[in-house]
Design a binder for this molecule. Structure first.
Ligand SMILES: [Zn+2]
Length: 490
């Protein structure tokens, strides 16, 4: 099987090739049982398409407008040394003789659940018990997910931090179908290289020409090399047993139940050691970043209660504002250069909380063209959501005065706040759809109205629930006044 030629991509109409996905008129739907693998697959396909097409910004604009023909794909493919994309070779560097290899069950590549036994290694969106066996085709997306998305800490001391850093958020462009999604996440070579000001980067794949030394300098890593940057030697022992793959749902004559890994010894600029050694940050096109005094860092989901809308303003639309030093992923700024109309974003990532992964985010946002001109309006909607949340928290805090056990009160409070955050996510997403059509004042008023009503509903439900509990009821009524101040201020 070769990843640039053969049918390895799982869709609801069976397995298809990258060429079919990019050049056919059929509206294929990817079929992967877990949202994180679906997202990793989109990252992988956008990166593979970059390697095949190597488009300029103008060419990419043409493909997005007119589509890509089978002839164009074949012509591009004829210039590529295909052997490096064979299944036994792709993203797999040979294990060295020295060093202890680590074995783990295959489900660890889906959830990223850590190998060690700390208490917060739980609470996944995906149930790992449902993954025991996968087909050979799916090992590639799992391997990719390990290298690009799973935090090294999840594997304890034997874990490695890849080129994107640990627990990094990914932003991708969502097209109207899978074909446009992959094309929109294809990186324009000239755009990427201009952003880097590097004259002659090394574009050899890392399993073709392995990394050397203790520090992996970003300026030595070209686009193709970086898109598939390795952090582990890896091996997937194949069993001659047939299976129904737990990841793609397709039947296979061979099965994989575990994998072997051995981490690389050098450090990328995504780690402290790499930063100290002046490795510099490699600008992965799907990674939004924050600039700090100590260096460049990927935007991460901070804890299990993180919802992407709360950070939305800072990492996607910070362009042009002085408030934040975050920059959107390069793929987003690229798309702004070539596309017309609404921009839909896919946002996903592991929640980075200590050494564990307690959740996954996977959201879709629609953003209008020319965000910059609407920056203030977008920020206002988000800020309104956060203001209302603050007031809700203040109101709920009055319950601590009721004289009950602190943990009991915290439990009630957290449940209410989480409920607001999740519901607000839907509301904020819907409001942003109108951002280019409505006046800023009208939009803010509307946002405030809807979000406040949401907070009030949640609060009223609590008052009803505890109406017979006098101390708690009294405290909640006191808090209600805080919620009302929102009206007076705005
Ligand atoms: Zn499979």
């Amino acid at each position: 099987m070769n990843l640039l030629i053969d049918d390895f991509i799982s869709t609801t109409s069976g397995k298809v090739s990258l060429k079919t996905l990019l050049t056919s008129d059929t509206d294929y739907q990817l079929q992967y049982a877990f949202d994180e693998i679906q997202l990793a697959m989109l990252q992988l396909l956008g990166s593979l398409s970059t390697v095949v097409l190597k488009p300029t910004l103008d060419e990419l604009k043409g493909y997005l407008k007119n589509g890509l023909t089978a002839e164009q794909y074949d012509l591009a493919l004829s210039k590529i040394d295909l052997q490096w994309f064979d299944e036994g070779c792709f993203m797999r560097s040979a294990m060295p003789n020295k060093g202890k290899t680590h074995n783990a069950i295959i489900s660890k590549l889906i959830s990223g659940i850590e190998s060690s036994g700390t208490t917060n290694a739980s609470g996944l969106f995906s149930e790992t018990v449902y993954v025991g066996v996968v087909c050979p085709d799916c090992t590639h997306v799992l391997n990719y997910n390990l290298h690009m998305n799973i935090k090294g800490d999840c594997f304890g001391a034997s874990g490695a931090t890849g080129i994107r850093g640990g627990g990094t958020i990914s932003t991708l462009i969502a097209g109207k179908d899978v074909t446009t999604t992959i094309l929109a996440n294809t990186v324009a070579v000239d755009f990427f290289n201009n952003a880097r000001e590097i004259k002659k980067p090394n574009n050899k794949l890392m399993w073709q020409e392995p990394m050397q030394g203790d520090i992996y300098y970003a300026h030595q890593i070209g686009l193709e090399r970086g898109l598939f940057a390795l952090a582990y030697h890896i091996d997937f022992p194949v069993l001659d047993e047939s299976c129904l793959c737990d990841v793609c749902g397709h039947h296979s004559n061979q099965s994989i139940k575990d994998f072997l890994r051995l981490k690389y010894t050098g450090s990328y600029g995504s780690t402290k050691k790499g930063r100290d050694g002046n490795a510099q940050w490699w600008p992965h096109p799907y990674t939004p970043v924050t600039q700090k005094e100590e260096g460049t860092f990927p935007v991460c989901a901070r804890d299990q209660h993180w919802h992407s809308w709360q950070n939305f303003s800072s990492y996607v639309i910070s362009q042009g504002t002085d408030k934040s030093s975050s920059t959107p992923a390069l793929i987003v700024s690229q798309y702004q250069k070539i596309a017309m109309g609404k921009v839909n974003l896919l946002i996903g990532g592991n929640i980075a909380d200590q050494a564990s992964i307690t959740g996954r985010v996977y959201d879709l946002y629609a953003m209008p063209e020319h965000w910059d001109s609407n920056l203030e309006r977008v920020t206002q909607v988000i800020d309104t959501g956060l203001d209302v949340k603050d007031k809700l928290v203040q109101a709920l805090n009055k319950m601590f005065g009721a004289g009950y056990d602190k943990n009991f009160i915290s439990g009630i409070k957290n449940t209410a706040v989480q409920q607001y955050i999740s519901n607000a996510q839907k509301i904020v997403q819907e409001l942003l759809l109108d951002v280019d059509r409505k006046d800023a004042r009208v939009l803010r008023k509307e946002a405030l109205g809807i979000l406040k009503a949401e907070a009030r509903n949640i609060y009223q439900a609590l008052i009803r629930k505890y109406h017979a509990d006098l101390p708690l009821f009294k405290a909640l009524v006191k808090g209600e006044k805080v919620l009302r101040t929102l009206e007076l201020e705005k």
